[in-house]
Each structure stands twice: as structure tokens, then as C-alpha cells.
Design a protein around this ligand. Sequence first.
Ligand SMILES: [Zn+2]
Ligand SMILES: [Zn+2]
Length: 90
Amino acid sequence: MGKMKDLLIELQETPIMTPCPDCFGEGDIIYEVPRPHNVGRDVGVIDVEMEICETCSGDGEIERLCDCGAPVTKIMGDDAEVCMECADEQ
Ligand SMILES: [Zn+2]
Ligand SMILES: [Zn+2]
């Protein structure tokens, strides 16, 4: 198989990755946990906790998906938002 064809197949099969909208590409989500004052503590404080983002599993990026649910692959160009099949139908 020629190199050009390999490249083409790779482009067709490699999904475009897009920064995760839930963690803004960080991979984890920081949230505040208010701890009201109690017997052992005079003042209420806000703790900051961090957890792995569920949407991207901590990767900070997700596959860009077409409206039909299929991944948009690199063959469509970096700005594409539809998959190959949907683009064919248009
Ligand atoms: Zn995320
Ligand atoms: Zn599609």
C-alpha cells in the first residue's frame, strides 16, 4: 500500500479532538464544598475539591461528534462539524 493511501485512511479514521466543554480542557473539575461551622470549628469555610471530569475521563479533550453521533474525522478538515457520511448526503 502506498504512503498516500495510508495517510488518507489515517485521516478518515482519526477523530478530531476538541477541548472538553465541561472542564475547559483541564481534565478535572474543581468545585467548592461549603463547610459550615460546627463544634470543632469556629468559622465556616469553603473547601475546594477536585475530581476527574466524567465527560472526558480526565483527558481534557473529547472527540468532536457530528449531529448524527458519529465522530468527525480529520479528513473533513479541522473546522468541520459533520462526519463524512453526513457531508456526503448534503
Ligand atoms: Zn472534561
Ligand atoms: Zn454525521
